[in-house]
Design a protein around this ligand. Structure first.
Ligand code: G4P
Length: 531
């Protein structure tokens, strides 16, 4: 059930775990920064900005990737706002990392979609939205940059409804636009919010109003704007659906706030919205049953692994979404895949720029567990139950390259480096049955560049990626005899992935059709569950 559940322990019920999705430049970094500011996690605007700017160009992006500290501390940030605990999980900004983004979205219960008021729904917004929809994630929308010339409010709402096929209900309504933008009317609380242009970090003045007929409106809103505003609201009430929390929680409706992140305007209202209307930690799917957050036993799954945060120590941090229970530092948990017990002695939580030891955590929280490679994406940790979480997919790569160490004596090092990146989820690594090299698969070209640069940086190993004859890969399964018959004839196309599972390396779509025709009992799949 998605409804507000009074049975949840208060510590769990107050948690909101979400991601922000947007097209580059819409204002995700600025909004994140204001969240952290209002959540008390940073003292000053400007501390996160560096990251947004660094992402602008490719070389800067890679530099940022190398400064592991920055991207790691931003992977999952926790802070309190009013009586809520927010866990904001960062999604990689670049479209080449869509698989990573997909997995990140398996760890959250909701998303905030930021759009630019002048640009509306852009390509990356649309893609990320589709991913959220696959998981029926509730989405709150923030229409940013209202201090600039932007599109007509009805136009924007209509575009979201048409392009994303979701009901849109205004949570606030902008008054004026561009230079004349003075603020917004909070339709959910009947308040007038006036923007302060003089101080970007100052929160808007909030004026309680007794509905739209209140004469006090005229004290704050110039007559021409007020007349237009009244007219628009009348139309909006007629044409647009009214707010319905259940519908929001089911992912059928998105409330939209209008604001300006850089001017801190509309941000607190959005945060209030996430608190009041956003989902509590949700039931997580496992192979056998749904895991409810209030179950007393601690369970969680790894959705992201970040390696070599400190190049000197080769440490890794596995990011775990707690699915149930109350975790305490030092707990011994079963690592289901290896059937070994792990004492979780130094779990970390990320409060903006600092890592902190997590003394305790609750269902819905994200903790980082430093480890030496035992923890992989998709792994489950429990208090003894042999759970297998589902829904964390691995996608067939869309680009395949051969890889070579420039120093041929370093082949073993290369294998180690590649395996590490494969476990981190940064690439697929395939070992062909014939020959000695490796084939590396990614979703976007930029990933090869980042990989080459990281292998050189972290392993002092210059490498070169080279085009291969293959263009995609499919995982192979089926009855043993059929698999053997297939392998015997197609050795040159068969490889194993980094988990040892068999894949068929393909050149053309035609290869897949041919195998499907010749081996009807064989199953070729473009995704596999990471477990
Ligand atoms: P992103 O993470 O989604 O890529 O966006 P980011 O926050 O980096 O913002 C992209 C640009 O939009 C930045 O401008 C930022 O200052 C600006 N911006 C964000 N929110 C608002 C807003 O409410 N109103 C206006 N007018 N602009 C906004 P930039 O020129 O690229 O950087 P900067 O020089 O301003 O720092």
């Amino acid at each position: 059930m998605l409804d507000n559940r009074p049975t949840l322990p208060p510590e769990i019920a107050r948690r909101r775990t979400f991601a922000i999705i947007s097209h580059p430049d819409a204002g995700k970094t600025t909004l994140t920064e204001k969240f952290l500011l209002f959540g008390g996690a940073i003292q000053m605007a400007g501390q996160v900005r560096a990251k947004g700017e660094a992402r602008r160009t490719r070389s800067d992006f890679m530099k940022m990737e190398q400064e592991r500290g920055i991207s790691v501390s931003a992977s999952a940030m926790s802070f309190d706002f009013r009586h809520y605990r927010f866990n904001l999980v960062d999604t990689p900004g670049h479209s080449d990392f869509s698989e990573d983004t997909y997995r990140t979205l398996t760890a959250v219960d909701a998303a905030i979609m930021v759009i630019d008021g002048a640009k509306g729904v852009e390509s990356q917004t649309q893609k990320l939205f589709e991913v959220c929809r696959l998981r029926d994630l509730p989405i709150l929308t923030f229409c940013n940059k209202m201090d600039r010339e932007s599109r007509d409010t009805f136009d924007i709402i209509d575009e979201i409804q048409q392009n994303l096929a979701i009901d849109v209900t205004p949570a606030s309504w902008p008054i004026g636009m561009g230079r004349d933008f003075i603020g917004a009317y909070d339709l959910l609380h009947d308040r007038l919010e006036i923007m302060d242009r003089a101080d970007r970090n100052k929160v808007a003045e909030s004026i309680k109003i007794d509905g739209l007929d209140d004469p006090r409106l005229a004290d704050h809103v110039p007559a021409d704007l007020l007349a237009k505003f009244r007219e628009e609201i009348e139309m909006a009430r007629e044409l647009l659906p009214a707010f319905n929390r259940q519908s929001v929680l089911e992912g059928h409706m998105t409330p939209i706030w209008f604001g300006s992140a850089i001017n801190s305007f509309g941000v607190k209202e959005l945060m209030d919205g996430m608190g009041e209307y956003g989902p509590e930690p949700q039931i997580q799917k496992s192979a056998d049953r749904g895991i409810s957050p209030e179950e007393p036993a601690v369970t969680g799954f790894v959705f992201k692994v970040q390696a070599n945060m400190d190049p000197k120590h080769r440490d890794r941090v596995a990011f775990v979404r707690l699915a149930s229970g109350h975790f305490e530092r030092g707990m011994k948990l079963l690592h289901v895949r290896s059937k070994k017990i792990m004492a979780v002695a130094n779990p970390v939580m990320f409060l903006a720029a600092d890592r902190e030891l997590a003394e305790e955590a609750w269902a819905g929280d994200i903790i980082g567990i430093p480890n030496h490679g035992q923890l992989r994406i998709g792994d489950a940790l429990t208090e003894g139950e042999a759970l297998r979480f589902t829904g964390i997919p691995s996608f067939a790569p869309e680009l395949l390259n051969g890889v070579r160490a420039l120093d041929p004596m370093k082949a073993k090092h290369l294998e180690k480096a590649l395996m590490q990146f494969a476990e981190e989820g940064a690439a697929k690594v395939f070992k062909p049955m014939i020959g000695s090299g490796f084939i590396v698969g990614v979703v976007g070209q930029l990933q090869f560049e980042v990989l080459a640069s990281r292998i050189e940086q972290e392993y002092s190993l210059p490498v070169r990626f080279e085009p291969s004859q293959f263009t995609s890969a499919r995982w192979v399964s089926g009855p043993k005899a059929e698999v053997e018959r297939f392998v015997n004839v197609n050795k040159g196309h068969v490889a194993t992935d980094n988990d040892g599972d068999m894949v068929f390396l393909t050149r053309l779509k035609w290869d897949i059709d041919r195998v499907e025709r010749d081996y009807p009992e064989l199953k070729l799949t473009a995704t596999k569950e990471m477990m």
